[in-house]
Design a protein around this ligand. Structure first.
Ligand code: ARG
Length: 621
């Protein structure tokens, strides 16, 4: 909870009173007062709803319990709230005092914006992006990249030491196949584009495919590219292309300089486009995030050995598996030919993130189809004890492993998104379309004589249009529960009304222009008392004061949507305020300055939150 939130002391007071009433300690979870925002102003700003459930378990009447608690908490709440009111079957209505709201806003009005740096001294690793070398990025990578970046930014904002980890698919048979292909075709690697590579990848895949039932089943189960490639290896007959690729893989793995040099080029071609896309998306993906599968190549055998030594790995027809007490499916960590697998790499990667990076939280932004994979990998490292982390201060923490299993992006037909010609949408094509759409929208608005952008130079309008297009798709992606599939609908996403990225950008830009029109600089209103008299001012104040706890919640749940909901509520509250309360024409002057200060705090809070989503605010819209 942010320190500036006035609900905090009230919640504490109720907790004490509940503990006293039922005779337990305040650390008892039953003392949670269950405070929720009120659905309607007539019930105050908040309601404490604990009494109904608690009375049942203590055998008292909810209303009696609520009355006892309200009386016991009255004195402690008095500085912050109007007298507590028991209502209905046993709700306690809480209405904050205007003075308490105003002073809480005053405390929030600092560069920290009421966000407590609760993450200081803690470390998180965020697995994001996860593209595969020689393959075009597709919309799934859009999600893995922007969800991961936002979660990383949110942790950074709270003071966590944050490591972005791009678990690049840059090792193993699929790469050897494409490497073999471009080399045998005499391709000029200097002039290669990712498109060329992508075609080579496909050609290599079909050349090396010894199709049979196993593969068909794997496709039906929609396994990831790595699992598919692994199966392809298992199922293939003595297929010449495949045999050659295997030889290339062995040579690459033993460090053949020629191969390593060409392999590095394939990575460069791939990453050049990834970094360009990251830049377009406003995603922070520094080169040191690159921790691909190849990075772990020397850590695979030690990981396998550790499981053997701990007697957690069993032989199964020559292969090594880890079994779990609660399910049939074992985790395969070494094939019968001695080779490691995708899962082995993840075991080594988790160990690295905990033991080398010191992460006490590791968050995986990877699509939902890999749910079982992560469940198995997480349980395996818990069993072997790698999740017990000794901190520099000697304490031991239990590392939190989190998979954020995001859903798919669908077309209007509810099937995976395709272009009109039936191709998979590359990420680049998608972003181009979004920017074109944003530009169209922005140019159309600028054509109206009353628009603040009327007469603006084309270059500025284009740049604004791009920012709008990118904000539109990013916000649409982040604002819903990420585990759900969603339909890619640009019309809805770029709308300037409703719960969209452009709406929030517009709200922030508009506040900027209100302040500009006042002709005053911040020093003029920096000390004006915050107004919290009219209902709309109060609603806005309450939305602002949630900023710290919304960011905290988004981090602890690894749910960017929590932040989006808060920002949208804030923008809506601002618009309600601006409609009901004049700012530039407000009298007396102290009220005008107080409202300007409220505008400025709102603008900075929106900018802070949008910044965590990697969304920029155009100067005018
Ligand atoms: N490259 C993988 C794929 O496309 C995703 C990597 C996800 N991260 C991980 N640590 N496994 O399926």
């Amino acid at each position: 909870m942010a320190s500036t939130d006035p609900v905090e002391p009230i919640s504490q007071a109720l907790r004490w009173a509940i503990a006293r009433a039922i005779g337990c300690d305040v650390s008892d979870p039953r003392t949670d007062p269950v405070i929720r925002a009120s659905a309607s102003a007539q019930f105050g700003d908040f309601q404490a709803n604990f009494a109904m459930a608690l009375a049942k378990s203590t055998g008292s009447k909810p209303r009696d319990l609520a009355t006892t608690v309200a009386a016991a908490a009255a004195a402690a709440c008095e500085p912050f709230a109007e007298p507590l009111e028991v209502a209905g079957p046993g709700f306690i209505n809480i209405r904050l005092k205007s003075a308490a709201l105003a002073s809480a806003l005053g405390a929030m009005d600092s560069p920290a914006l009421g966000v407590a740096t609760t993450g200081t001294g803690h470390t998180v690793a965020v697995d994001l992006c996860g593209v595969n070398v020689a393959k075009q990025m597709h919309v799934g990578h859009l999600r893995a990249t922007i969800i991961g970046d936002t979660i990383a930014r949110i942790h950074e904002r709270l003071g966590w030491a944050t490591f972005r980890q791009n678990h690049l698919g840059d090792w193993g048979l699929p790469i050897a196949m494409v490497l073999d292909r471009v080399r045998s075709q005499g391709t000029n690697l200097e002039a290669l584009t990712l498109d060329d590579l992508n075609s080579a990848y496909r050609a290599a895949q079909s050349a090396g495919r010894g199709d049979d039932a196993g593969l068909t089943a794997a496709r039906a189960a929609q396994s990831g590219p790595h699992r598919l490639a692994e199966l392809e290896l298992q199922c293939a007959d003595a297929n010449a292309a495949l045999e050659s690729a295997k030889r290339t893989l062995v040579a690459l793995q033993s460090g053949n300089a020629d191969l390593v040099r060409d392999w590095r080029k394939l990575i460069d071609v791939t990453m050049r486009e990834v970094y360009e896309t990251a830049k377009t998306l406003g995603v922070h993906l520094p080169p040191e995030s690159e921790r691909g599968e190849s990075f772990f190549r020397d850590k695979l055998q030690p990981a396998i050995q550790a499981f053997v030594d701990a007697k957690l790995a069993q032989r199964d027809q020559g292969a090594l598996v880890v079994r779990f007490p609660d399910r049939e499916r074992p985790l395969l960590i070494q094939k019968s030919d001695g080779a490691a697998l995708y899962a082995t790499t993840d075991l080594a990667a988790i160990r690295y993130r905990i033991q080398d990076l010191g992460a006490e939280r590791v968050i995986y932004c990877v699509d939902a189809r890999q749910r079982d994979h992560f469940r198995d990998a997480f349980d395996a490292v818990r069993m072997i004890g790698w999740t017990r982390l000794a901190k520099p201060d000697g304490s031991i923490v239990d590392v939190e492993l989190v998979h954020v299993p995001f859903g798919s992006v669908l077309g209007a037909d509810r099937k995976p998104l395709k272009t009109r010609s039936g191709e998979n949408f590359t990420l680049k094509a998608l972003l181009d379309e979004a920017c074109a759409r944003g530009r169209r929208e922005v140019h159309a608005r600028a054509a109206e004589a009353t628009s603040p952008t009327h007469g603006w130079p084309t270059a500025e309008l284009d740049a604004t249009g791009d920012a709008v297009g990118i904000a539109a798709i990013k916000y649409a992606d982040l604002s819903a529960d990420v585990t759900r599939d969603y339909i890619f609908d640009l019309d809805r996403m770029v709308a300037f009304d409703g719960d969209t990225g452009p709406y929030l950008q517009y709200a922030a830009a508009r506040i900027g222009s209100i302040i500009q029109r006042s002709g005053l600089d911040a020093a003029a209103y920096a000390h004006a008392p915050f107004p919290a008299q009219c209902p709309e001012e109060r609603t806005l104040a309450l939305a602002l004061l949630r900023h710290g706890s919304a960011i905290e919640q988004a981090a602890s749940e690894a749910a960017p949507s929590r932040l989006c909901q808060h920002l949208y509520a804030l923008a809506v509250a601002f618009n309600g305020f601006y409609q009901a309360c004049p700012v530039l024409k407000a009298e007396p002057e102290s009220l005008r300055l107080g409202r300007l200060r409220l505008c400025d705090l709102t603008r900075r809070t929106l900018a802070d939150g949008l910044g965590l989503l990697g969304i920029t605010i155009p100067a005018r819209m």
